[in-house]
Design a protein around this ligand. Structure first.
Ligand code: NDP
Length: 246
């Protein structure tokens, strides 16, 4: 479905980003991944992608840095010739109640999750505009729709990503570029493995399907949104959450 497309996926050394990279590769896309510091995991991901017979390369980059993202995106365009699909997936949590949340923890989450997506889109904007085609997929969260106690920083960043998605969708629609968001619920990755058993049990109890999602279940939807089949869908926020947020 994505044969010979070039996809750039942030935070793809592990978790949801890795699943998206694998699924895109299975559909014929060449893959550039960005990761923060986990070089071993990134290299493993690249080997697994290459085994699917497509080109793949990993780039260490801090998505929260305007300059670093600019430099790496230029490098990726030089290496791959183009970028057709951008998935803004890199994200972190630094949970805590508002009463005790530090300024640093608020800024870190906003800078990685929200500004990171801005940086990536900003530096690819003219490239996609000139080519008059492109797909942008932002991985937000149901926390950005519902809010979540203990996640004022994270929910603010994820809600901001929804505003970013809709604004970019409106700016770029006439250029044949779509921008959509996926809002996962609880997905089984390192991020949720950090949560206590009590929190996870409460989450599962609140999910109508009574289970966590798998990264692959996000990846399948990302392939659809990146494909020609989704050409007339833009500015949409697709919840994938076992019914948690409805
Ligand atoms: P993981 O913690 O498993 O993976 C995070 C990824 O982001 C890693 O590849 C990490 O790289 C990368 N990363 C972190 N910070 C930066 C940075 N500053 N610059 C570049 N890359 C960075 O996360 P998940 O797979 O669980 O989550 C992926 C996305 O999905 C996130 O945006 C998250 O908010 C969102 N999401 C997740 C949910 C869940 O339940 N898991 C639910 C809803 C949304 P490295 O390996 O080098 O550290």
């Amino acid at each position: 479905m994505l044969k010979d497309k070039v996809a750039l996926i942030t935070g793809a050394s592990r978790g949801i980003g890795k699943a998206i990279a694998m699924e895109f590769a299975a559909n014929g896309a060449n893959i550039a991944i960005i990761y923060a510091g986990n070089t071993d995991a990134a290299n493993d991901t690249i080997s697994e992608i290459e085994a699917k017979g497509v080109k793949a390369k990993a780039y260490q980059c801090d998505v929260s840095s305007f300059d670093n993202t600019k430099e790496i995106i230029n490098q990726i365009i030089a290496d791959f010739g183009q970028v057709d699909i951008l998935v803004n997936n890199a994200g972190i949590t630094k949970d805590g109640l508002m009463l005790s949340m530090s300024e640093q923890n608020f800024d870190a989450v906003i800078n990685t999750n929200l500004k990171g997506a801005f940086n990536m889109i900003r530096h690819l904007y003219s490239h996609m505009m000139k080519r008059r085609s492109g797909r942008i997929i932002n991985i937000t969260s149901v926390a950005g729709i519902m809010g979540n106690a203990g996640q004022t920083n994270y929910a603010s960043a994820k809600a901001g990503m929804i505003g970013l998605t809709k604004s970019v969708a409106k700016e770029l629609a006439a250029r044949n570029i779509t921008c959509n968001a996926i809002a996962p619920g609880f997905i089984d990755t390192d991020m949720t493995a950090k949560l206590s058993e009590k929190v996870l049990d409460a989450a599962k109890a609140a999910i109508p399907m009574k289970r966590m999602g798998k990264p692959e279940e996000i990846a399948k939807a990302a392939v659809f949104l990146a494909s020609d089949n989704a050409a007339y869908i833009t500015g949409e926020v697709l919840k994938i959450d076992g019914g948690l947020c409805m």
